[in-house]
Design a protein around this ligand. Structure first.
Ligand code: HAM
Length: 408
């Protein structure tokens, strides 16, 4: 769990404000669900044999003896919310951003408190909906300045294909039990799809030899995937089918996808999503959505944009005073500027001119405004451009003009 502060915070803020703007272009509204919820909300929707539920959830009994958990992801809480909306929830488009919690082994890009930006689009299976959702996600990534991401798509098939997929996989894997990792031998009986997701080297070697899951599915599932791929191509979105992509959560049906980025190394999933069917209360909610890890987005942005990534931070003006009278005026001026929306700073402790200039460059000021006795008498200000070193003496209207320009 980490503090997030300057200089990276500038990237976080840019990512978040861009997300809000782009989501609104697609008609999404924000939803903020509680960080702490009944444990059953997560168990039932993510599936109680998933890694996230079995091993990673921060779950405990509260003071009233209720089983609660810190949310490990956003979809379950949003579904609980959607179920409470009644008919209005039937075509909802909702987005969220905020902290999630998973007790994983920490590594670069893998935190126990991490942050997601996610979206859920409620509605019955429809390839156009899935593709619009993927397009929205690619739009966000491009808007953040990312180009080197890869989109991997697969299908989990229609629910009616599930039995056949499981049985066919079992027929292939049962005779090869001994070749799998220990944990995965158990998974064959508990939740066989998890075997395909395994990180165990031995298991992965076996998985690499399996035929694509679509071979065990009916024509409905296959043609749906074909439609999705064709529509992605029409939108000129580069995507490849990855026949063993499963995704680690049980609620998925039909389309699933993952986006990877080379900046992330072993933890290379920048984002994941898919179509789901989730039972919540008396309702069965269908929809499609995704979530991206903000820590990982920040790493990718830093790698692709370098120093540009933090340049977005607004450089303030700095007011420098020579003498007490000038300080008293600057103190008042600073408040007036801030109230006009112009950010500025000044030394409050009566330090020397040299120390004040040092403070200005430490603060990253683009412009320094200097006032001494003679400027006070003339009613002028010396404005120094910190990038070029050039200086001009101006009166108040021009000072305001210049500071408004440097603010933009
Ligand atoms: P997920 O694949 O479990 O999907 O997580 C989505 C993203 O969250 C990952 O691709 C990764 O970038 C980030 N992430 C996950 N765990 C960590 C961690 N420990 N540290 C840092 N980043 C992490 C979901 O959560 C689904 N709810 C996505 C979804 C929404 N599917 C449909 N709708």
């Amino acid at each position: 769990m980490s503090d997030i502060a300057a200089p990276e915070i500038a990237i976080w803020q840019r990512i978040e404000s861009t997300a809000r703007r782009v989501f609104s272009l697609y008609g999404y509204t924000e939803v903020r669900t509680p960080v702490l919820e009944k444990q059953s909300v997560f168990e039932r929707s993510l599936g109680d044999t998933t890694e996230v539920v079995q091993k990673e959830m921060y779950a405990f009994e509260d003071r009233g003896g209720r089983r609660v958990a810190l949310r490990p992801e956003g979809t379950a809480g949003v579904m609980r919310h959607v179920a409470s909306l009644g008919q209005e929830g039937e075509e909802a488009r909702l987005f969220y951003l905020g902290p999630m919690f998973r007790g994983e082994r920490p590594a670069a890009g893998r935190k126990r408190q991490f942050h997601q930006i996610g979206a859920e689009f409620i509605g019955a299976p429809n390839a156009a909906m899935d593709v619009e959702t993927i397009a929205l996600q690619a739009h966000l990534l491009r808007e953040w300045g990312l180009k080197n991401f890869k989109l991997h798509v697969n299908t989990r098939g229609l629910p009616e294909d599930r039995k056949k997929v499981h049985e066919s996989l079992r027929a292939l894997l049962d005779p090869r039990r001994g070749e799998l990792g220990e944990e995965d031998q158990r998974r064959i009986d508990v939740n066989i799809l998890r075997v395909l997701d395994s990180k165990d080297e031995k298991t992965r070697a076996v998985v690499a030899t399996l035929p694509p899951l679509t071979e065990f599915m009916g024509e409905g599932s296959r043609s749906y995937l074909r439609d999705v791929m064709a529509m992605l191509e029409r939108l000129e979105l580069d995507a490849q089918v990855n026949p063993t992509l499963i995704r680690g959560l049980d609620y998925y049906v039909h389309t699933v996808w993952e986006i990877t980025h080379p900046a992330l190394g072993a933890q290379d999933a920048l984002a994941g999503g898919g179509r789901y069917r989730i039972a919540m209360g008396s309702r069965e909610i269908e929809g499609v959505g995704f979530a991206m890890g903000v820590e990982r987005l920040v790493m990718a942005v830093q790698q692709e944009l370098g120093a540009e990534a933090v340049k977005a931070a607004r450089a303030p003006a700095w007011l420098v005073a020579l003498g007490e009278a000038a300080f008293a005026e600057n103190f008042k001026l600073a408040q007036a500027l801030r109230m006009r929306g112009i950010g500025c700073g000044l030394d409050l402790t009566g330090r020397s001119m040299k120390a004040q200039m040092r403070a200005a460059s430490r603060a990253g000021a683009a412009v320094v405004v200097i006032r001494g006795e003679s400027e006070m008498q003339k009613g002028t200000f010396v404005v120094k451009d910190m990038a070029t070193g050039s200086q001009v003496e101006v009166e108040l209207p021009e000072l305001l003009e210049r500071l408004s320009v440097s603010r933009a």
